[in-house]
Write a protein of this length. Structure first.
Ligand code: HEC
Ligand code: HEC
Length: 329
């Protein structure tokens, strides 16, 4: 059998993608294990900390799908309609018709013009794979031609998947919800893994829809001086001056662009330390909107800033708390 140059390159790219994925996964596992180890140390020192770690909600896909509602999913599916039809025999648009996609092979419409990346991926659209793809299409299928930022919220994704399932003739059985977690899961390193993966997926996914643009536009117009005032709400727990001490929370000098949970000498929760990625503007905006949903189990006891303008102002202020401020988006 002869392989064309293109196929060889395709195979090489796939192997690379897998190697990178593998290395990432291993790295994540190590980080998660390190985070857990820290949590165990913190927890034995401080009974209250144990409670916080134990309270970390981690919702598995099985549980989310069991609670998912296809009708809600149909609403979220509004975001997909510009490119997809779903009804049996529906036309292909920018993207393929999605009837019968759940459980089907990837690139399930034979003869449709998929990207090389998706066409050569192999495997089927299991619930887990759909969840990963819809969370961040570009990172799940590097090179995909689905230009869609992803659905950030795991429950929203589950709803959409339930809607796709409702439009599939013989869908595979739903995954079992995970059994309820025993108290004090912090003792087992593996316990952090699903949480960490969920958190990483969230972090990697820019919010879909209008919000990211809004947040970015707001940031461009935000006034750091206003941000300094709003930062008054944070001062009980955070300083932001260069070389300043960690308080209840870590010092926030140079936090924009810094790895999450990475300020030296500060004892983070396992939840935060095991999160992937850096504090991008979007990540900060999401975290400050609702710290507990963005990083379930983190120990920042702060309800969040509901007003987007306040968040943008604070982020503009924090951005300047650096020797080399990150460029504005
Ligand atoms: C801007 C257009 C666009 C939007 C919006 C979009 N898609 Fe897609 N979608 C595509 C394209 C193009 C492909 C083919 C990707 C490829 O070949 O790499 C695709 C592929 C898919 C596939 C794989 C289908 C198969 O046969 O393997 C699924 C599943 C999917 N999209 C679901 C969704 C869902 C659900 C949404 C909304 C939450 C959505 N898409 C939003 C364009 C879009
Ligand atoms: C009651 C105390 C408290 C308040 C108020 C508070 N924080 Fe925090 N913050 C913390 C703690 C504790 C952490 C570490 C969380 C963890 O490890 O889970 C943290 C973490 C952070 C992080 C992540 C830092 C890193 O190094 O990863 C940022 C960013 C942040 N806070 C910003 C803010 C901002 C902005 C405000 C005000 C709008 C605020 N915080 C209000 C206690 C607080």
């Amino acid at each position: 059998m002869h392989f064309s140059l293109l196929e060889k390159f395709g195979a090489a790219a796939l192997v690379c993608a897998w190697l990178i994925y593998g290395a990432n996964f291993l790295g994540d596992t190590l980080v998660a294990v390190r985070g857990e180890a820290q949590a165990v140390v913190a927890a034995t020192r401080d009974a209250a900390a144990t409670e916080e770690v134990a309270a970390a909600p981690e919702v598995d896909l099985g549980t989310l799908l069991a609670a998912a509602d296809p009708a809600r999913g149909e609403k979220t599916y509004g975001k997909c309609k510009a490119c997809h039809t779903i009804e049996q025999g529906g036309a292909h648009k920018v993207g393929p018709n999605l009837w019968n996609v759940v459980g089907g092979p990837k690139a399930h419409i034979s003869g449709w013009g998929y990207s090389e990346a998706l066409a050569s991926m192999g495997g089927s659209w299991t619930y887990e794979n759909l969840d990963a793809f819809l969370s961040n299409p570009k990172s799940y299928v590097p090179g995909t031609k689905m230009s869609f930022g992803g659905i950030r919220d795991a429950a929203d994704r589950a709803d959409v998947i339930a809607f796709l399932r409702a439009n599939t003739e013989n869908p595979p059985p739903l995954p079992e919800p995970a059994p309820a977690v025993e108290p004090a899961p912090a003792a087992e390193p593996q316990a952090a893994q699903p949480l960490q993966v969920a958190a990483a997926a969230e972090a990697a996914t820019p919010p879909a829809g209008a919000q990211p643009q809004d947040a970015t536009m707001l940031l461009a117009a935000a006034d750091p001086a206003v941000g300094e005032k709003v930062f008054g709400k944070c001062k009980a727990c955070h300083g932001a001056d260069q070389g300043g001490p960690n308080k209840v929370g870590p010092n926030l000098w140079d936090v924009v662009g810094r790895d999450k949970g990475a300020k030296e000498g500060f004892k983070y929760s396992a939840a935060l330390v095991s999160m992937d990625g850096v504090w991008t503007y979007q990540a900060l905006d999401a975290f400050l909107t609702n710290p507990k949903t963005y990083a379930p189990g983190n120990k920042m006891t702060f309800a969040g800033l509901p007003k987007a303008e306040d968040r943008a102002a604070i982020i503009a202020y924090l951005r300047l708390k650096s020797e080399a401020p990150q460029p504005l988006p």
